[in-house]
Design a binder for this molecule. Structure first.
Ligand SMILES: Cc1cc2nc3c(=O)[nH]c(=O)nc-3n(C[C@H](O)[C@H](O)[C@H](O)COP(=O)(O)OP(=O)(O)OC[C@H]3O[C@@H](n4cnc5c(N)ncnc54)[C@H](O)[C@@H]3O)c2cc1C
Length: 556
């Protein structure tokens, strides 16, 4: 028997002006009607009654869109009362220009996620881009009880971790069924050889055995892995903050742009639990939100984002750059941006490699945060990223233990984080401590720790270890074509030594700032030699480089 389809998520619009109400509902139906149900209410009170009924029936409500000025109950009041019924629904206030202060205050008190100023015509520019992001964010937290995409597997298997991480970071809603813990999972996976897990069951019932992320992307339909054209003005490799910002500026300035990303838009920033120091967001924002805003903004300007898709080779033919992708296809362009970022240095402890994805995770691995609930979580590393992750895990884990080789936290961590960590009760910092061994059979079960100057190894029980140990750039695939420093970071502009790196430079002009030793090939962000490893600097470099690209395109 086929299972019933899940109900369509509901978008509820509230406005006392029937003409405006009809107009918004019509716009929403046209754009989202295929996958959503659009409901209307002419007052806050009626809308609350309707929400009560929907809650009773167990219907999913994704979005509440309310006018501010309404008789009886204003929009902010309605949205905050509605939040109690459907806390995960995205809440958007529609205001007149005069009410923007009210809207900003409501956002700060967090009853409202976003506000839109009337009029929003054309909706393609002013309404839909915002709602797309809101619905995507809601979709990420929505777990359809049945009928949605389901993953059956062992939560301690590295393959399962890779797949869930991919779905999570690309904001694809799924339900995970742990074969060790759920009867339903065991029934579904009954006929499957354990070596073929994880099993993915698509909405239409199709079953995929241990699919790789690119295969799965093809089946989900939400992600693009093939470019529409063969030739572009600009090809960008890497959709971290640097690549996304380059894409937003080049797209908005009319360059035909395609962005290639092997994991998920957002890069390292997308895995960050919380970014507090990004300009313009006094309350901070999650890395996932920053990533989805950036990707949505780039798409709005016509940029194609291919993910998961990997650049594996580069060929230069006069002024043309030809990029080889992992599926064997080629993308060509006038200009190329390398915003490939860095990845984590591996933990040097006995058996560490055996537990990657099954207890040992590099970076924050947000997928695991929910699983690590009420457990003791270990962190190794003493930079800002380790500090932020500790602050993130402190609210879900029962205890966070930071293992630090040096004798102080403040050598590499910002002062504000050190102070927060020190004043948090359930974070313990163990200085002068080194991990010498990871222990366990099929998954991480313990750590062997040694204190500085001591011989003895102490064994502690540990199921979760998150490592933040510095980084190496993703530049090996460039195969020496682009000049790099001894650690593989890309040299640009003034960092290029004319007597060493520019002997074959063919142009009269010097390389532009952020341009490599190959004319028209740029680099930005963490992968650049001597870069400041911050979101804002990657974003700044990504955007600045676009003005040089225009000059190169004009040189032709
Ligand atoms: C846990 C953590 C917390 C952090 N917190 C903060 C913070 O609070 N504030 C702050 O300012 N900074 C923070 N940072 C640093 C910040 O995230 C980075 O400086 C920033 O993401 C760098 O951006 P980027 O675009 O250069 O590279 P990345 O973000 O590393 O993105 C590079 C992208 O390129 C892709 N890629 C690489 N090679 C290829 C290839 N061959 N083909 C296709 N795609 C490829 C990768 O998959 C990746 O998505 C944090 C970093 C981490 C890890």
């Amino acid at each position: 028997m086929t299972k019933p389809k899940p109900p369509k998520p509901i978008l509820l619009v509230v406005d006392d002006d029937p003409d405006v109400l009809n107009a918004i509902a019509r716009d929403l139906r046209t754009k989202y009607g295929r996958d959503h149900r659009v409901l209307r209410a002419e007052s806050g009170q009626t809308a609350l009654e309707l929400l009560g009924e929907l809650k009773e029936k167990g219907m999913p409500v994704a979005l509440l869109l309310s006018d501010q000025r309404m008789p009886g109950m204003d929009g902010v009041t309605f949205l905050s009362l509605a939040a109690a019924e459907f806390p995960k629904a995205k809440r958007v206030l529609i205001t007149a220009y005069a009410d923007t202060e009210v809207a900003i205050a409501a956002i700060n008190q967090s009853q409202v996620h976003y506000y839109l100023v009337k009029p929003w015509d054309p909706p393609e520019d002013k309404l839909f881009p915002v709602l797309n992001v809101m619905l995507e964010q809601w979709g990420e937290s929505y777990r359809p009880g049945y009928g949605g995409l389901r993953v059956v597997g062992d939560r301690w298997s590295a393959r399962c971790h890779t797949l869930l991480d991919f779905l999570e970071r690309n904001r694809v809603a799924y339900e995970f069924l742990d074969i060790e813990a759920s009867e339903e999972a065991r029934e579904l996976g009954d006929s499957v050889d354990p070596s073929d897990l994880p099993l993915v069951i698509l909405r239409d019932g199709e079953r995929l055995l241990n699919p790789d992320p690119r295969d799965l992307a093809g089946h989900i339909g939400k992600l693009e892995t093939k470019a529409k054209e063969d030739f572009y003005d600009l090809v960008i490799v890497g959709a971290g903050p640097g690549g996304l910002s380059s894409a937003v500026y080049s797209g908005s300035e009319g360059l035909r742009t395609v962005l290639v990303e092997r994991a998920a838009p957002g890069g390292q920033a997308g895995t960050t639990s919380f970014i507090e120091n990004y300009f313009g967001f006094p309350a901070g924002l999650t890395g996932a939100d920053l990533a989805s805003y950036g990707a949505e903004q780039a798409r709005k300007f016509g940029v194609e984002i291919l993910t998961p898709q990997e650049a594996v080779g580069l060929r230069i033919d006069g002024p043309y750059k030809h990029l080889t992708l992992a599926d064997g296809s080629e993308l060509s362009s006038h200009v190329l941006m390398l915003s490939v970022g860095v990845s984590w240095t591996l933990l040097e402890a006995e058996n560490a490699d055996r537990f990657v994805g099954s207890g040992l995770y590099y970076g924050a691995a947000m997928t695991q945060a929910e699983q690590a609930k009420d457990q003791t979580v270990f962190m190794v590393g003493a930079g800002n990223s380790a500090g932020q992750a500790a602050m993130h895990f402190k609210s879900c884990a029962s205890k966070v233990v930071m293992l630090v080789r040096g004798d102080s936290l403040s050598a590499r961590m910002s002062d504000y984080l050190v102070r927060r960590i020190e004043s948090t009760e359930n974070i313990e910092v163990r200085l002068n401590t080194e991990i010498v061994e990871c222990q366990g059979l099929t998954r991480l079960e313990g750590l062997g720790l040694r204190s500085k100057g001591k011989e003895a190894v102490e064994s502690v029980r540990a199921e979760y270890l998150f490592a933040f140990l510095g980084a190496a750039p993703h530049t090996q695939w460039l195969d020496g074509l682009v000049a790099c420093d001894e650690r593989g970071f890309i040299l640009t502009g003034r960092d290029l030594d004319p007597k060493v790196h520019l002997l074959d430079w063919p142009l009269e002009r010097e390389p532009f700032m952020l341009e490599t030793n190959v004319p028209g090939v740029f680099a930005c962000g963490d992968a650049r030699h001597d870069s400041v490893k911050r979101v804002a600097s990657a974003v700044g470099e990504g955007s600045v480089s676009v003005s040089f690209m225009h000059q190169i395109l004009a040189e032709r």
